[in-house]
Design a protein around this ligand. Structure first.
Ligand SMILES: C[S@@+](CC[C@H](N)C(=O)[O-])C[C@H]1O[C@@H](n2cnc3c(N)ncnc32)[C@H](O)[C@@H]1O
Length: 369
């Protein structure tokens, strides 16, 4: 008897997970030569086998739409179109985190770079996006004669490619090697463990940590600590708690780019899984949860409706005003940051804030002795 479509997918996913790790690396290595410094992109996620990607998406969507309350993992935002939309979000007047962190890096990069003056190390950026702010720090590191290899990592291949292109334009004779990694955070941490001999400065900017709830953030930071050496540095961008109107506007912008960023996930599901989500029948809303301290994004069904996903051979029935949770963006108190660092084995060296006190880049050092 033929297996139902979903079962076929689960078996295929299992098969693909059983493939040897080095084989995956070998499948997707792409070298670009640039002015003598090696520039390389390695895809750790799937070896770029289209079917693997589709199976993973299918399982994420099946799990997310079947559970109650419904919710989809936020990494689904970042296909090529989603990465492009996020770049537009960063340019919005209401989206303060980018300007705040740019201000912090412009003012404090020289002090951060001094910690690594005249040293050799890996500069690893987890969830790099377009990496525009990172070049501010890179300039300071070059001024301090630091010798580093830049390893930008992102789940979005388009983001890593875009960053490479920008770096090639900005640093014509790139004085440092680049190894882009297309990977999930935890795959990046495995890469770090395998390359543990070098000193490291890890960047986790743009409030990426805000997408993780407290247990996930603790797990991620403990894993990061385990992957690093005593004395390695970590710079993490935290969005601080603030006036609720400022938060609300940042996640419900007037131009509707954030709404489009959310609807794009429905388009992605339709295109990949033969779906018939009607985006006009879902309302986007960003809300602040005072108890958890998170901005939460939702797509809310405006009527009773049934969505069919042909590739899953499944229908999902939505009641009027039933919501799909799309994203968390946790906001922090300064004491939360201290607790997080202390309970995961890091020492806080400095907290760099913007003038308004909206955002902090916290510089930590790994303590193992
Ligand atoms: C909010 S954006 C911030 C980008 C950049 N850090 C900045 O400050 O501008 C989050 C980035 O993390 C990436 N990302 C999200 N989930 C990820 C995951 N699980 N593993 C790796 N990258 C991820 C996204 O593709 C996106 O580029």
């Amino acid at each position: 008897m033929a297996r139902p479509k979903l079962k076929q997918m689960q078996y295929a996913l299992f098969d693909s997970l059983c493939q040897a790790w080095p084989k995956r690396l070998g499948l997707a290595r792409d070298c670009i030569s640039n002015g003598g410094s090696p520039v390389e992109i390695t895809n750790l996620t799937t070896g770029k086998k289209i079917n693997d990607e589709k199976h993973e998406l299918a399982l994420n969507v099946l799990e997310g739409l079947s559970k109650r309350p419904r919710g989809l993992p936020s990494r689904l935002f970042y296909d090529d179109k989603g990465s492009e939309l996020f770049t537009q979000i960063m340019d919005l007047e209401e989206y303060y985190p980018t300007n705040c962190e740019t201000e912090i890096l412009q003012k404090h990069s020289p002090a951060i770079a001094k910690h690594l003056a005249n040293q050799e190390f890996n500069l690893v950026e987890l969830g790099c996006g377009d990496g525009a702010k990172t070049t501010i720090l890179i300039d300071s590191l070059i001024a301090e004669k630091a010798g580093f290899k830049f390893v930008p990592l992102d789940i979005s291949e388009a983001a890593v490619q875009f960053l490479h292109k920008n770096l090639q334009e900005k640093y014509r004779d790139i004085p440092f090697p680049i190894q882009g990694l297309v990977a999930e955070y935890f795959q990046g941490l495995s890469w770090l463990s395998e390359n543990a001999s070098a000193k490291n400065l890890i960047l986790f900017l743009g409030s990426n940590i805000g997408n993780l709830n407290k247990p996930m953030a603790l797990r991620f930071l403990r894993h990061l600590w385990y992957s690093l050496n005593d004395g390695d540095y970590v710079l993490i961008g935290f969005d601080l708690k603030k006036d609720l109107d400022i938060l609300y506007d940042a996640y419900n912008d007037k131009k509707g780019v954030t709404a489009e960023f959310n609807y794009n996930v429905l388009d992605r599901i339709n295109a990949s899984l033969d779906g018939n989500f009607d985006r006009s029948q879902f309302q986007h809303q960003g809300l602040y949860n005072v108890q958890t301290g998170a901005m939460e994004s939702y797509l809310i069904s405006q009527k009773a409706q049934t969505v069919r996903l042909g590739e899953l051979d499944r229908e999902f029935h939505f009641q009027p005003w039933e919501a799909i949770h799309m994203e968390y963006s946790y906001k922090y108190l300064q004491t939360d940051i201290t607790d997080l660092a202390e309970s995961t084995g890091f020492q806080i060296l400095d907290n760099f804030k913007d003038e308004k006190g909206y955002f902090v880049d916290s510089l930590w050092q790994v303590r193992k002795e």
